[in-house]
Structure formats: structure tokens, C-alpha cells
Write a protein that binds this ligand. Structure first.
Ligand code: SF4
Length: 191
């Protein structure tokens, strides 16, 4: 497998948004029965396979580990696995900027209150139209609304801790946490 850090292609997750935006992938605790757990495992395997074949994998992993504590499944990792990777690195990233990662949007921060304001002001508008107004993904709007329903605080924009890991350090930690048993690992294409 060859992977680049170029961002010239559409993220593969955007073409599988039903999978990547599934609550079962975004919130593993929802798998409360054997059947749901089985589905969750199958979905996770499929998403992992897509990420491992994605040309943005390395860039996406670095961002999701070292720059922003994004929600849900991305870069072949669950949110919990990324937290473990940060533990290995001694890295602390403030939660939670779930708008800014390779597969989510163009990189700007979405105002949580603005999402709620638009939703309340235009209850008959589709979530897609809210996403268009805000210039973000449908997934981002859904996540903000889920957060609001659960009464969870939405964090400030993520900050780097004083440690700034190298890409190699992140990949090594990733391999330790996630990829020990995998036959293939993400590697950077030689320049
Ligand atoms: S989450 Fe990241 S690695 Fe996975 S498909 Fe999307 S852009 Fe690629």
C-alpha cells in the first residue's frame, strides 16, 4: 500500500458517509446488544479498510491525533484509539474540534451556537441546507445537534500541547496501539 499526504482527491469517507456517519461507528457505546456489536465490528472493519486504502490516510491520522480531537471514526482509528496514541506520545489535545479534519470540511471552525440558532430559526429546513449555509459537512451539523441533545459541552477550538510530535512518532504510536496485528501499515510515499 502506498499513501501520500497530498489532499487533491475527494476523501473516501465522503463517498461512504452512511458508513462513517453511522452512530454505531461514531459512538461505540451504542452497541448494546450482541447483534449491534456484530454490526459495529463489521462496519469498523469496512471503514478501516477504506481508510487504509485512502491516499489521505497519513495526513488525516496526523491531524486527528496531533491537531484536533475529532469525533467519530477516522484515519483507521476510533476516537478511543486516538486517545491511546496520544497517551503513548504524551500529547494532550483539548477536546473537541470535530469540524476540522481531512474528511469533514475545509478546515474552518463552526460555531456551535450558530448551528443551534439556525436549527431553531428554521425548523423546517433540512440539515443539508443548514450545512450549506454554514459551509460545513452534514456530518458536522449532525454532531453539533447530537451534542446539544445530550447536553454536552462543546469544547473550544483544539490547541496543540507544548509537544508537537513528528509524523514518524505518530505513525510509530499508531502501529503500537492499532496496527500490531495488521499485515499492512500506513507508510509515506517516497518523495
Ligand atoms: S477518515 Fe481520513 S483516512 Fe479515512 S477515508 Fe476519510 S480522509 Fe481518508
Amino acid at each position: 500500500m502506498t499513501i501520500t499526504t497530498e489532499r487533491t482527491t475527494t476523501p473516501a469517507c465522503a463517498e461512504h458517509d452512511d458508513l462513517f456517519q453511522s452512530p454505531l461507528l461514531e459512538e461505540p457505546a451504542l452497541a448494546s446488544s450482541v447483534e449491534l456489536r456484530r454490526r459495529q465490528v463489521l462496519m469498523t472493519r469496512k471503514a478501516e479498510s477504506i481508510c487504509l486504502d485512502c491516499p489521505l490516510m497519513v495526513d488525516c491520522l496526523y491531524r486527528a491525533v496531533a491537531k484536533h480531537d475529532v469525533a467519530g471514526y477516522c484515519a483507521g482509528t476510533t476516537q478511543r484509539q486516538r486517545a491511546e496514541i496520544r497517551q503513548h506520545l504524551g500529547l494532550r489535545v483539548d477536546p473537541e474540534d470535530f469540524d476540522t479534519f481531512a474528511g469533514a470540511n475545509s478546515g474552518h471552525q463552526i460555531d456551535h451556537d450558530e448551528v443551534l440558532r439556525l436549527r431553531h430559526a428554521r425548523p423546517n429546513d433540512s440539515l443539508e441546507s443548514i450545512a450549506q449555509r454554514l459551509g460545513c459537512s452534514l456530518s458536522t451539523v449532525k454532531r453539533h445537534l447530537r451534542k446539544a441533545r445530550r447536553g454536552e459541552a462543546v469544547g473550544r477550538p483544539a490547541k496543540l500541547s507544548s509537544i508537537v510530535p513528528t509524523l514518524e512518532q505518530v505513525l510509530n504510536a499508531y502501529q503500537q496501539v492499532v496496527a500490531r496485528a495488521r499485515p499492512s501499515q500506513p507508510t509515506r510515499r517516497a518523495a
